[in-house]
Write a protein that binds this ligand. Sequence first.
Ligand SMILES: C[S@@+](CC[C@H](N)C(=O)[O-])C[C@H]1O[C@@H](n2cnc3c(N)ncnc32)[C@H](O)[C@@H]1O
Length: 260
Amino acid sequence: MLPGFDRVERVPRLTFRVRRMPYTGSIGDSPRRSCHRRTVRWQPNIMIEDWLDRWANGRTGWHEEDGNAGLKAHWPSIDAESHRKNRVLVPLCGKTPDLLWLTGHGHEVVGVELSDIAIRQFFAENQLSYRVEEGQPLDRYCADDIPLTLYHGDYFRFEDEPFDALFDRGAMVAVPGSRRAAYVEHTRNLLLPDATKMIITLEYDQSVTPGPPFAVLPEELAAAWPDVRRAAEYDDIDNCPPKFRAAGLQEILEVVWVSS
Ligand SMILES: C[S@@+](CC[C@H](N)C(=O)[O-])C[C@H]1O[C@@H](n2cnc3c(N)ncnc32)[C@H](O)[C@@H]1O
């Protein structure tokens, strides 16, 4: 999380009054309109345009300059002698420094990101040289000196050999409820059956504000990934988007889930 994250005290589990109405509108819809009065069909192109627009205009409030504290505290260590659990998939990776942290801990890392602005910024800001290889369906940006490849394009079109591990921060929570089952299925198909997993979710009352980021509550997470356990939770109200607080949200947890 942001600086000071690891000083945040563990808070008791919150109980949310959750209205069981998945948000299916576009990002620009107002909470009240989209959640309470009408249901808007999810439109992939609108979502994609919105993410690209965010990168083009520097609206990347989710980005953690110092990387994610939950990753550093709870990522399972790997056997340096073994190649198992070595290839890590990072869906919807943005330009997170977590990619570097993972390569620094002995992993071969593959990220997938829609925005080439994000990818180019990642390499430039970390002073990494790279080459671009055209591919189908996604081009790939390969770091020259570290085991890191970032694929540019729509994650739902990404294919590769099965991965040993998954790191998901800001990915599952970025996918609208109507699309999340497809996201989970696609991700599962990219992993070995016994892949190591770390998934970081947000828990809050979705009826107060529609997201993104979207709330992913424990029942949904457990149904999607039965082999993960709740490793830690952090009070995240100080780091949530200002629009959440403006909507009246008072409680939000960042939750770290890891496979055993
Ligand atoms: C909330 S951000 C999280 C980024 C990163 N995981 C982090 O922790 O900083 C979500 C990212 O997913 C990207 N994205 C959204 N939809 C995508 C898609 N269908 N395929 C690939 N990337 C996508 C966005 O461009 C954005 O960078």
